[in-house]
Structure formats: structure tokens, C-alpha cells
Design a protein around this ligand. Structure first.
Ligand SMILES: Cc1ncc(COP(=O)(O)O)c(C=O)c1O
Length: 433
């Protein structure tokens, strides 16, 4: 058992136990409850840069970054200043505003597949809307998704859906009608042959393929050489659409997302997290001929009271401005590589079987000796050991995602000293677990 004497979480425990009577599981989103790693979750008080402070005054180096958005560091002073200015003009318009044009232009310029974009309020909303659009445009119902990929919590995606669902050990969710998921076909990630078979068996009924171009929701998994290109070819061959869910990878793997990094352009893309700079924003976009089907330009209905909200647009614009400066992605890559390779080395030196890696500002490490190409490989990890590792790191002030099936995130605020401190903590913990 890894424990440190100075780690006091009395206030966190008090608040979380009250929360459990007020909200299901005491949280507003399941993975935050630490179910898969055990122990009480930490209740946050404030965040700044690469750090978070809990209600007991403990400070953490944060590698979750509010699950991705905080790529410039939490509470970046320029984002806060822009928000303060925008606040003076009101919090919501429910009418067209110039800020939407500005963020839309930035997204269109950055992301190769995006010629037109629709803003929504979350990644879930982006994915459920893009699915309707895929079906509307092709007049076909079936979709292909990959085991362990998460596309938000809408019914038709809650099939083999990765982290949150896997963490709770729920194969699917009660309440999802079979009729909804009947048209969701699944294949193992990185398995082109399985996708070819699905298309061969359903040549005229698959609307498209949706995937995380780099997976973060089964832990961190990269596409094998030729996988994304293969999907592009197969979808074209069958008149189906290719959709990259870049809610996590957008503006993180590179300024243009995974599609820019790998040079494969899908028909449609979903975005979220980073484009909201910490406020609730999602988006879907792509080829203008497809996007022109979205209401009111076209017949596919989708709407939102708070969509295009001026505060959310402001945080997104400022965040993208900060990211679009020379050297940012080189810095993110350098610091994350130092962390990921250092972590693997420290773990191996301590005698553990580990595999893992990093791409730009996203990283992961599995406690397994199997090379991980898909969700089944990821599931060979020693989850109990991960739980001990997570708790030991937490007690030493390192805040990692509370699940083996989540990727880690770095930011422009993480320093070399932060990485050194993280590796030193890991060395201690890995010697004891
Ligand atoms: C790849 C991917 N798609 C969709 C979503 C859903 O986004 P949200 O949590 O904003 O609804 C997530 C959330 O983690 C995600 O990682």
C-alpha cells in the first residue's frame, strides 16, 4: 500500500460524502468519482496554469486539464481578460454575433476537412448531430464505430463505448433501446479487414464510419500505419462518409488536429474541448455540400438555445490565438515526450511490464506486456496495479486521470520542473506497488 503521512483530504471527504446524497454518485460525470481506481475523489477549489488545488489546500500537477480543454494551462490570464471584457456585453444573445464568425473562420482555416461549421454546446451534441447528418446526407441508417471509441453518451453510440462505460463495467447502458443500437455496427480499432467485411455484408446501408483518429477513450492508442488511409478508401468505395471525432484530438494533436498530422481528410469532423477554451462548446463541420443540409440552410434539423454563446466563443477564440503562435506544438511535443518516455523508463527500471507513448500533447501508459492496438489489448492491463499507481501519485501531488482507459493531457503551462517532479514521484510509487 502506498501512503504518505502528510496527505490530508478531510474536507474533500466531507464535501464528497454530502454530494453523494445530492447527486447520483456525488458527481456530474461518472469517471470523476474514482470508481475504477478506488479511494475518495478529490474536491477541487481552484486551478491555475498546470496546477490544481483541492479544498484541503493540497496542490497537484494536473495531467487531466479539465479533460482536455486546458491546453494553454488553466485560467490563462489572456483568456480570463478576454472573458471579463466579453462579460460586460452580456452572457448570452440567442442571436447571430460576430464572435461566431471569428471562431468559425479560425476552425475552417485550421482543420482541413472543415468548409462550414455549426457550433453546439458539447462533444456529445456534436457527435449526435453529425450522426443525423451522416444519415440525412446518405439516406442510409447504419454506422460503423470502433470498440473502445467514445463519441459522447447519445443512445446510438453507447455500444462498446470505452472509458466511462468500461470503467463502470457496463457493457451497455440500460435505457438504450435495442432498436437504436441495431444500426450501430462495431469493429476492433486498427482492424481494416473487419471494416471491409462489414461493408461487404452491408454494401448499400452504411451511412459512414466514425472514429477517434487517435484514441483517448480506451487509454492512449495510435492508428497503425495505413489504417486511416484504408478507412478513407473503403468509405469512398462504398459511397459512405468518413467522420473523424476530433473532440479530444482537435487542436491537440496539431493545430489542424489528427487529420492534419496524418494527412487524411475525412468528410466531416466533430470538435469540442479545446475549441471552448474551458467553456462549453462543441462543433461539427465538414464539406460544404454536406453541411448545407443543416437547418435552416437545409432540412436536417438541429438547434440550440445557448449555441454560439458569446462567452464560450470568446474563450475559444483566445485559446486558438494562443495556440496558433510559432513553437507551441513543438513545445507541447517536447514536454510530453519527456514525460512519456521518462515514465516508461522509470516503470521498466522498477521491473514493471509497461507499454505506452505520446503524440503531441496526449500520452498514456498501460500496465501490460502486450503491444496495444485496440481495446481488447488495452484490457490486458493490470487494473489493480494502475489503481495503486494512481493513488500513490495522487498522494504525492500528481493528478492523473482516474482510469487506465483514459489518455493523459499536458499543456503549455507544464514546465520541465513539473515533469521532473512527476517522474521523481513515479519512481517512488513504482518501487512500492
Ligand atoms: C472523442 C470524444 N468524443 C465525444 C466526447 C463527448 O464530449 P462531451 O463530454 O463534451 O459531451 C468525448 C468526451 O470525452 C470524447 O473524448
Amino acid at each position: 500500500m502506498v501512503t504518505t503521512t502528510s496527505f490530508n483530504t478531510a474536507k474533500s471527504e466531507e464535501i464528497f460524502s454530502a454530494a453523494q446524497k445530492l447527486m447520483p454518485g456525488g458527481v456530474s460525470s461518472p469517471v470523476r468519482a474514482f470508481k475504477s481506481v478506488g479511494g475518495q475523489p478529490i474536491v477541487f477549489d481552484r486551478v491555475q496554469g498546470a496546477y490544481a488545488w483541492d479544498v484541503d489546500g493540497n496542490k497537484y500537477i494536473d495531467y487531466i486539464g479539465t479533460w482536455g480543454p486546458a491546453i494553454c494551462g488553466h485560467a490563462h490570464p489572456e483568456v480570463l481578460a478576454a472573458l471579463q471584457q466579453a462579460l460586460q456585453k452580456g452572457t448570452s444573445f440567442g442571436a447571430p454575433c460576430l464572435l461566431e464568425n471569428i471562431l468559425a473562420e479560425m476552425v475552417i482555416e485550421a482543420v482541413p476537412s472543415v468548409e462550414m461549421v455549426r457550433f453546439v454546446n458539447s462533444g456529445t451534441e456534436a457527435c449526435m448531430s453529425v450522426l443525423r447528418l451522416m444519415r440525412a446526407f446518405t439516406d442510409r441508417e447504419k454506422i460503423v464505430k470502433f470498440e473502445g471509441c467514445y463519441h459522447g453518451h447519445a443512445d446510438m453510440f453507447l455500444v462498446k463505448a470505452g472509458s466511462g462505460v468500461a470503467t463502470l463495467g457496463l457493457p451497455d447502458s440500460p435505457g438504450v433501446p435495442k432498436s437504436t443500437t441495431n444500426s450501430t455496427l462495431t469493429a476492433p480499432y486498427n482492424d481494416l479487414e473487419a471494416v471491409k467485411t462489414l461493408f461487404a455484408n452491408n454494401p448499400d446501408s452504411i451511412a459512414g464510419v466514425i472514429l477517434e483518429p487517435v484514441v483517448g477513450n480506451s487509454g492512449f492508442i495510435t492508428p497503425d500505419a495505413g489504417f486511416l488511409e484504408g478507412l478513407r478508401e473503403i468509405t469512398k468505395q462504398y459511397g459512405a462518409l468518413l467522420v473523424f471525432d476530433e473532440v479530444m484530438t482537435g487542436f491537440r494533436i496539431s493545430y489542424g488536429g489528427a487529420q492534419a498530422k496524418f494527412g487524411v481528410t475525412p468528410d466531416l469532423t466533430t470538435l469540442g474541448k479545446v475549441i471552448g477554451g474551458g467553456l462549453p462548446v462543441g462543433a461539427y463541420g465538414g464539406r460544404a455540400d454536406i453541411m448545407s443540409m443543416v437547418a435552416p440552410a437545409g432540412a436536417m434539423y438541429q438547434a440550440g438555445t445557448l449555441s454560439g454563446n458569446p462567452l464560450a466563443m470568446t474563450a475559444g477564440i483566445k485559446t486558438l490565438e494562443l495556440l496558433n503562435k510559432p513553437g507551441t506544438y513543438e513545445q507541447l511535443d517536447r514536454i510530453t515526450k519527456k514525460l512519456a518516455t521518462g515514465m516508461l523508463q522509470v516503470a521498466k527500471d522498477a521491473g514493471h511490464d509497461v507499454v505506452g507513448g505520446q503524440l503531441s500533447a496526449m500520452f498514456g501508459m498501460f500496465f501490460t506486456n502486450t503491444s496495444v492496438h485496440n481495446y481488447d489489448d488495452a484490457k490486458t492491463s493490470d487494473l489493480k496495479k494502475f489503481g495503486r499507481f494512481h493513488r500513490g501519485m495522487l498522494e504525492r501531488g500528481i493528478y492523473l486521470a482516474p482510469s487506465q482507459f483514459e489518455a493523459g493531457f499536458t499543456s503549455l503551462a507544464h514546465t520541465d520542473e513539473d515533469i521532473d517532479a512527476t517522474l521523481a514521484a513515479a519512481q517512488e510509487v513504482l518501487a512500492e506497488i
